[in-house]
Design a protein around this ligand. Structure first.
Ligand SMILES: Cc1cc2nc3c(=O)[nH]c(=O)nc-3n(C[C@H](O)[C@H](O)[C@H](O)COP(=O)(O)OP(=O)(O)OC[C@H]3O[C@@H](n4cnc5c(N)ncnc54)[C@H](O)[C@@H]3O)c2cc1C
Length: 270
């Protein structure tokens, strides 16, 4: 933010929205991505830290996460550790190193890293994003990435308490480095039969996405090696088209998505 000359610090969401409508003005959460980007087009920021949006609470069948909740708070939360085998807490931990986790927020992370492991966890658990603009809407997280948050504010994200079994698998250059590819599988498992299967993949596209072909094969099935191999076979048949970079080539990412899906689905029944 090389041309920054104004910082607004509103105490209500309505005031924050008014400031956001001004030209060259963006929302500032933890600031870790925004400041690192060194954008020249940003002249003013709206600091969201006075809006009271840092919380984790249970409400109407969902765990509701305030947009300004830090990755550290997500990682430390007993409520999140008890939900779906703790995959949101684990994902927050693996999203960034400890110094960044104390600063980076939930909303900032899913916007700056829409293919990151936290995004994967929220997609796997069917999260709904509350977006406040000219109106207040709740939208599925995959639609949120399609629409973006331009001149709107994410105020909270709700994760339904269906409490499925879930398993997270990643590959990274080092244990504290952000994952190159990450997969989370979730399902309701009864007598080894899987229902409401959701498999979310990160690091293979612009945003986290679901492995729909594999999900369809697993839905309603008794999970065993043959069924699981069928499902990952479907991923071979409809290949992903990731973009390679210095951390992992396209081929590596494609192959890891399959390997990690196999591991994550197997873990649902172990
Ligand atoms: C040294 C360094 C290392 C990093 N390493 C990693 C890493 O290992 N893994 C990783 O995932 N990321 C990494 N990042 C990127 C960044 O830190 C993370 O993506 C971080 O989680 C962003 O969160 P934040 O709260 O700081 O967002 P900010 O930088 O404050 O905001 C990010 C974007 O989201 C928008 N925004 C934020 N909150 C809202 C809201 N409530 N409503 C609407 N728009 C909003 C902002 O306007 C901005 O466009 C790194 C950054 C740095 C500087």
């Amino acid at each position: 933010m090389l041309n920054l000359n104004e910082i607004h610090k509103p105490t209500t969401v309505q005031d924050a929205l008014k400031f956001l409508q001004q030209p060259d003005t963006v929302a500032l959460a933890g600031g870790t991505n925004l400041i690192a980007e060194q954008r020249r087009d940003v002249r003013a920021v709206v600091d969201l830290s006075g809006l009271g949006l840092a919380y984790i609470r249970e409400s109407s069948g969902a765990i509701v996460l305030g947009a300004m909740t830090t990755l550290s708070a997500l990682n430390d939360s007993p409520i999140l550790r008890a939900l779906a085998n703790g995959v949101i807490a684990q994902a927050a931990h693996r999203s960034a190193a400890s110094i960044l986790r104390n600063q980076a927020t939930l909303a900032g992370t899913i916007i700056a890293e829409p293919d990151g492991i936290l995004a994967v966890a929220l997609l796997a658990l069917d999260a709904q994003v509350t977006l406040v603009g000219s109106e207040t809407r709740q939208i599925a997280i995959e639609n949120f990435w399609r629409e973006g948050a331009a001149k709107s504010l994410v105020t909270e994200i709700a994760v339904p308490i269906k409490n499925p079994r879930a398993a997270l698998h990643t590959v990274a250059r080092t244990p504290s480095d952000q994952p190159i590819v990450g997969v989370i599988a979730s399902a309701q498992i009864e007598n080894q039969v899987a229902r409401d299967v959701r498999i979310a993949l990160g690091g293979v596209s612009e945003t986290a996405l679901r492995a729909s072909a594999a999900e369809k094969i697993l839905e309603g099935q008794t999970l065993n090696d043959a069924v699981i191999e069928n499902a990952v076979g479907a991923m071979h048949a409809s290949p992903l088209h990731p973009r390679g970079d210095y951390r992992g080539s396209a081929e590596y990412r494609r192959e890891m998505a399959i390997v990690l899906t196999r591991r994550a689905v197997r873990e649902l029944i172990t």
